[in-house]
Design a protein around this ligand. Sequence first.
Ligand code: ATP
Length: 218
Amino acid sequence: MKPILIVNHLNVKVGDRTLIRDLSFKIIPGTLTCITGGNGVGKTTLMKTLLRNYSRTGKHVRFTVPRHKVQYIPQFRNIDTEFPLTVKDFVSLSLQDTWLPWLTRREHKALKQTLQLTHLTKLANEPLGEASGGEQQRAFLAQALVTFPKLLIMDETTASLDINAKVALLKLVHDIVKQRHVAVMFITHDPTLVKRFGNYKLRIKNQHGSFEKIGGRN
Ligand SMILES: Nc1ncnc2c1ncn2[C@@H]1O[C@H](COP(=O)(O)OP(=O)(O)OP(=O)(O)O)[C@@H](O)[C@H]1O
């Protein structure tokens, strides 16, 4: 299957400091790749490097999909609990790329489908600030999914959740990977999640990355 992202002999740096050397791997559609490694090894910096070097022809980082088909959910999102933004409005912030101040029929359809997919339909008109941690994470996921990305990069979005909520979110992500045939790169410190939901694992240690298939999954 044609990869979405090809990384070839990439060095990842912050300033003059090299965090990861000679990294190579490929991401294919419909798979979940877990990125693991100790604190400070460069997982987040790797994701930022990939996005910063987005190119269709690059030697070290090459994407085969347009930039708008790659979405990133960052590690920290601050939500102002006082701000009167509903779940639905928050999710639609990724839409509205036309000059129209309202959503098109197609955008409405995408919004409705995505709210259903992420089990947020009932909460659509509730304030995001009042949603639980797990519900907010689903809203972040929905905001990224509403544009139908081909590659979704998630940076430890489960860090603030308890284990049951983490498993529930990853189960949902895993189902979406299969249903929408999207590729997900997911940074995590949690071996249980890697074992249970990952198709591939990229482990970063001592400035090197090892990329391997997990179990018998594709
Ligand atoms: N903008 C920056 N300027 C200087 N140093 C940075 C910058 N961003 C990251 N670093 C450093 O690069 C190293 C890797 O950071 P990074 O956040 O990529 O690690 P990580 O593997 O994602 O860590 P964690 O698991 O703790 O989130 C750290 O030592 C960090 O302090």
